[in-house]
Design a binder for this molecule. Structure first.
Ligand SMILES: [Zn+2]
Ligand SMILES: [Zn+2]
Length: 165
């Protein structure tokens, strides 16, 4: 992996929306749930979890679309208002502070392979998970899988959230 660039740019297909992640993500989910399969029209979703304030819009704007989610609490998917490509989502659980950036919208998506596979109970059977990557039938505890640096970043987020009225 080439680590010489510390910014990670991406965008939609029509190039109206361009964004930059200013650091590496906290963690990368490969989600095999049926909901993600429907949303992508494929076999799984690949999401880079990152603090919202580390994702900057360089060009354009996003349209937020309320979308049902597996939890029942819904997710808010940010899409290009022109070509409708989804660039990131916010889930109720993590709130607005954490964005789930669609790895496939990054200019160099190969840089972020999954750190974990989740909801493998509904994994399509032809998808073979490489050995050595954690795979969970459903969800997992961040405290058991995230690297220490990411847990520290998460703790900072939680502290900030508590300070807000
Ligand atoms: Zn677009
Ligand atoms: Zn999913």
């Amino acid at each position: 992996m080439n680590d010489t660039t510390s910014a990670y740019d991406g965008g939609c297909t029509c190039r109206f929306v361009r964004y930059r992640m200013t650091s590496k993500p906290l963690f990368v989910h490969c989600c095999h749930c049926r909901w993600c399969q429907r949303e992508t029209g494929a076999s799984f979703a690949l999401n880079a979890l990152i603090e919202a304030d580390r994702v900057h819009l360089l060009e354009g704007e996003v349209e937020v679309v309320a979308t049902p989610s597996n939890s029942g609490k819904g997710q808010r998917i940010s899409r290009c208002p022109r070509c409708r490509i989804a660039v990131w989502s916010n889930y109720a659980g993590a709130g607005d502070a954490v964005r789930f950036v669609r790895v496939g919208t990054l200019d160099e998506p190969d840089r972020f392979p999954p750190d974990i596979h989740i909801y493998t109970a509904s994994k399509q059977p032809w998808v073979i998970i490489p050995p050595g990557v954690p795979a969970m039938a459903e969800y997992y505890k961040a405290s058991e899988h995230w690297p220490r640096e990411s847990l520290e970043r998460r703790a900072t987020l939680l502290t900030k959230a508590q300070r807000q009225p």
